[in-house]
Design a protein around this ligand. Structure first.
Ligand SMILES: CC(C)(COP(=O)(O)OP(=O)(O)OC[C@H]1O[C@@H](n2cnc3c(N)ncnc32)[C@H](O)[C@@H]1OP(=O)(O)O)[C@@H](O)C(=O)NCCC(=O)NCCS
Length: 191
C-alpha cells in the first residue's frame, strides 16, 4: 500500500492516496476491552490530523478516551495486523430506533486510503442490524466532506462537550433496510 504520510490535512484528499492493494490483509473485528488505551491514543492522533493546537487536543482528550467497556463495543480494522482505525456505535437518547456513531477514527498513516469508508459501511450495516432507522453523527467540521460523500445529511448543530462555544455539525444517516448496496471492498470479516 502506498500512502503519502507527509500530505498536509488540507490536501490529503486532493492528492488521493492509493487504496489498500489487493492482497493486503484487511480484517474487521470487534475490539477488546484491553485495547482501550491503544484506541484512545489512535483517536487522539487521528483528531490531531486536522492540525488542531496542542491545547485544543488536551481539551478533547477526556472525550476521546475510551473506557474498557466502550472499547469492548468498538469495531476495528487491521491492515496486515496493524490497527488502522475503529468505530464505536451507541444507542441514542433521541429514541429507541436511533443510534449514534460515537467515534470514527482512522490512524493518520492510513487516512485517505479507504479505511474510513470500510468502517463507516460496517457501522451502517451494524446499525441497520440493530433495527435503528437513523444514525446521528456529531462530526468534526473538517470531516464534513467525508460524511456527505457517504450519504449523511446535516440536520443541525450541537455544542462541543470538550471545547466551550465550539459548534459541531450534526449529521444524520437514514438507514434503508440493511445499508448501502456499495460493496465494502476486500476486508475480511469475523462474522
Ligand atoms: C474522516 C475520516 C474518518 C475519513 O477516513 P478516510 O479513511 O480518510 O476516508 P476514505 O479514504 O475512506 O474516504 C471515503 C470517501 O470520502 C471522501 N473523503 C474523505 N475525506 C474527505 C475530505 N476531507 N474531503 C473530500 N473528500 C473526502 C473520499 O474521497 C472517499 O470518496 P470515494 O471513496 O468515493 O473516492 C478520517 O479522515 C479521520 O479519521 N479524520 C480524523 C478524525 C476525524 O475527524 N474523525 C471523524 C470524527 S467526527
Amino acid at each position: 500500500m502506498s500512502i503519502d504520510h507527509a500530505a498536509p490535512p488540507q490536501t490529503a484528499h486532493a492528492t488521493r492516496h492509493t487504496a489498500p492493494a489487493a492482497g493486503v490483509g484487511l480484517v474487521l473485528r470487534p475490539a477488546r476491552a484491553d485495547e482501550a488505551p491503544l484506541l484512545s491514543e489512535l483517536a487522539l492522533r487521528s483528531k490531531g490530523w486536522w492540525g488542531h493546537s496542542a491545547s485544543f487536543l488536551r481539551a478533547c482528550e477526556a472525550e476521546l478516551t475510551l473506557s474498557p467497556e466502550q472499547a469492548a463495543k468498538a469495531v476495528l480494522v487491521e491492515v496486515d495486523g496493524v490497527v488502522a482505525g475503529f468505530h464505536l456505535l451507541a444507542p441514542s437518547s433521541v429514541g429507541s430506533d436511533v443510534g449514534e456513531l460515537d467515534m470514527l477514527f482512522v490512524d493518520p498513516p492510513f487516512i485517505g486510503s479507504g479505511i474510513g469508508r470500510i468502517l463507516f459501511e460496517d457501522a451502517r450495516r451494524s446499525a441497520a442490524g440493530r433495527g435503528w432507522t437513523r444514525v446521528q453523527i456529531e462530526a468534526d467540521p473538517q470531516a464534513r466532506p467525508f460524511y456527505e460523500r457517504l450519504g449523511a445529511v446535516q440536520v443541525g448543530e450541537r455544542l462541543s462537550r470538550s471545547v466551550p462555544g465550539r459548534s459541531l455539525p450534526l449529521f444524520e444517516l437514514t438507514l434503508r433496510g440493511g445499508g448501502s448496496s456499495r460493496p465494502i471492498g476486500r476486508a475480511t470479516y469475523w462474522r
